[in-house]
Design a protein around this ligand. Sequence first.
Ligand SMILES: NC(=O)c1ccc[n+]([C@@H]2O[C@H](COP(=O)([O-])OP(=O)(O)OC[C@H]3O[C@@H](n4cnc5c(N)ncnc54)[C@H](OP(=O)(O)O)[C@@H]3O)[C@@H](O)[C@H]2O)c1
Length: 321
Amino acid sequence: MSVPRFLTLNTGCRFPTLGLGTYMLQGDVLKQTLDFALFLGYRHIDTAASYENETEIGEVLGDRIQAGKLSRKDVFITTKIPSTCLRKSDTLESAHKSLSQLKMKNVDMLLIHHPWGQVKRKEGENAPLINNSTGKREIEKVDFIETWTALESLFKDDFTKNIGLSNFTIGQIQRVLSAAQIPPANVQLECHAYYQQQKLKAFCDSNDIALSAYAPIGAVNRPDIHKHNTENLTEDPLIIELSEKYEKTPAQILLNFLLCRGFAVLPKSSSPGRLEENFNALSFELSEEDIKKICTLDRGVRFYNFLYIHHHPEFFENEEF
Ligand SMILES: NC(=O)c1ccc[n+]([C@@H]2O[C@H](COP(=O)([O-])OP(=O)(O)OC[C@H]3O[C@@H](n4cnc5c(N)ncnc54)[C@H](OP(=O)(O)O)[C@@H]3O)[C@@H](O)[C@H]2O)c1
């Protein structure tokens, strides 16, 4: 038994369930990682304008396509509009820049990265402006419905095959749905055994929106993330018990749990061994009973706290997103 390798989006497009996360991957490390991931069979790549790695991704994919080792239609590329580009003109400019860096006519998925508009530090850059006296990000008051309308026009002009959201609450998704001509096909959010997004999952299921999980193995080995939170999902006693039972690694149990629940997963790794390990999370299936056991681990622990933006009126700390 194995889990599905694809979901079908509400546009009819196939969405590979195992994607490669690329946040914090750049330069030669990214190129080697991506090349090996494609060799292993990864066909879904998650990037963002703010990851500043679209050029390298475009180069690796372009080389493989030119060498006849890959067809463009067989690989699913997601990129994202930064929160400093939520105004319509900035959204369009950011999308066109992403396409030019990726050297592609279109991407497969374009997401609004966050609903929290921020002021740019400098024209032509994505980095946000930080207020010198408060140390906080400067808020840009822009309604994300304006951004959504820009995404719809990019969709209609075939610059992207699908459009969606990331880090949006149920209320915010609902607002997009009410204003939309084209509903979101995908919502990307933090999701793992300690933060299971039960309400958001039920809401998106009932609206035919596919979910993809970031930090699916709990962003382990990331001191920057774990300075506010010392919990390590791969060391959880139940996850270790199940890893012994199934003869799989803790990361594979954690990924398979989300795949069984109908999520796409976006693990990041730059280690060849762990890339292969993560990809092989597709090749088995946890029993219903063991899925129920992992469900009991849900405890509202987020690894991405977004402390820099809690003062934004669209930031809802006590809601799932
Ligand atoms: N939409 C958003 O706002 C948002 C936010 C965050 C992330 N994302 C996306 O989601 C992706 C994944 O998130 P993430 O990188 O934070 O979390 P993650 O994939 O849960 O964790 C990545 C960390 O786990 C380690 N790792 C990977 N595979 C492992 C394994 N099998 N066993 C043990 N450790 C393993 C990696 O180290 P090694 O590299 O050394 O293996 C890396 O330090 C990102 O790359 C990005 O594409 C999106």
